[in-house]
Design a protein around this ligand. Structure first.
Ligand code: SAM
Length: 287
């Protein structure tokens, strides 16, 4: 369940003009193509910092530090922080930040191309957080899942609609490929709902903070992850069809029956365990 953050925003923010969408913010013109919605609500920021709970015993990474709304308070708690920022102007500002520049290692690059295993230090847990650019949040999550073995935990601000999909259960419209892949790799904990007014410029939709904690040992293990992804994609690409139809290139009804899966079900009716069983059946019988 989400904790709500619906109080009087104007009191708590450092810009009380009421119009959060015009002009520049802190001397920076927000770039839509980089999904720039800067956090301005101090109470929301404090709540997120509590959820991140950074410590010097960990390697901490921020994706998209922007103007430093989360970066500065985290640097008050820990000595060193890695940040990944694609926007050249914002990376420049961080390199010249009057107080925290010496605490930062700045990767001026696309987080989608970051090899997160390189950031993992021996004997230290890897902790990642960010108010993610919404336009790339889903591909970024898939990219991060590839490194779930080396990541201890992640705290992300996402569109609420994406969080609803991450935490969905079977038999619901939100349950889909993102749900299955995310829950295959991690435990997902929704933490905080955040209204548009907490940002400048304000996004059109509600946001939410979620903790993504990779499983230390996965509840179900696919022998071939690519195969699992292929089967899940095929099922949900035709989510209104029965799996008898959508997965006919992979399975006969006899195989479904063998695995105790009703071929008349639709993609959203199958559990993660059932998808893993299907992928493992295929992997075993192909070998
Ligand atoms: N952390 C800041 C805050 O909370 O106010 C900014 C958050 S803003 C929603 C997203 C940030 O991610 C921006 O600074 C943007 O430039 C950066 N960004 C966008 N796409 C990126 C990418 N592919 N890789 C790294 N950073 C990216």
């Amino acid at each position: 369940m989400f904790k709500k953050n619906n109080n009087d925003y104007k009191k708590k923010t450092n810009n009380s003009s009421g119009n959060h969408n015009k002009g520049s913010y802190q001397g920076h013109h927000a770039r839509k193509n980089f999904g720039q919605n800067f956090l301005r609500d101090q109470q929301v920021i404090a709540n997120i910092i509590n959820l991140i709970a950074p410590g010097d015993q960990e390697t901490v990474v921020e994706i998209g530090p922007g103007l430093g709304a989360l970066t500065e308070p985290v640097c008050e708690i820990i000595k060193h922080l890695n940040v990944i920022e694609i926007d050249r102007d914002l990376a420049y500002r961080l390199r010249h930040h009057p107080f925290i520049r010496d605490q930062l290692t700045i990767y001026e690059q696309d987080a989608l191309t970051m090899d997160f295993s390189k950031l993992k230090e021996e004997d230290k847990n890897l902790k990642i957080y960010g108010n993610l650019p919404y336009n790339i949040s889903t591909p970024l999550l898939f990219h991060l899942f590839e490194y779930s073995d080396v990541i201890a935990d992640m705290t992300f601000m996402l569109q609420k609609e994406v969080v609803d999909r991450l935490v969905a259960g079977p038999d619901s419209g939100d349950y889909g490929k993102l749900t299955i892949m995310a829950q295959y790799f991690a435990k997902i904990v929704p933490c905080l709902e955040v209204p548009p007014e907490a940002f400048t410029p304000s996004p059109k939709v509600y946001s939410a903070v979620v903790k993504v904690i990779p499983h230390k040992s996965k509840p179900y293990v696919a022998r071939d992850y690519d195969l699992l992804e292929q089967i899940v994609s095929s099922a949900f690409n035709q989510r209104r069809k029965t799996i008898h139809n959508s997965l006919e290139n992979f399975f006969t009804d006899q195989i479904f029956n063998e695995l105790d899966i009703d071929p008349k079900m639709r993609a959203e009716n199958l559990s993660i365990e059932q998808y893993v069983n299907l992928a493992n059946y295929l992997a075993e019988h192909r070998e």
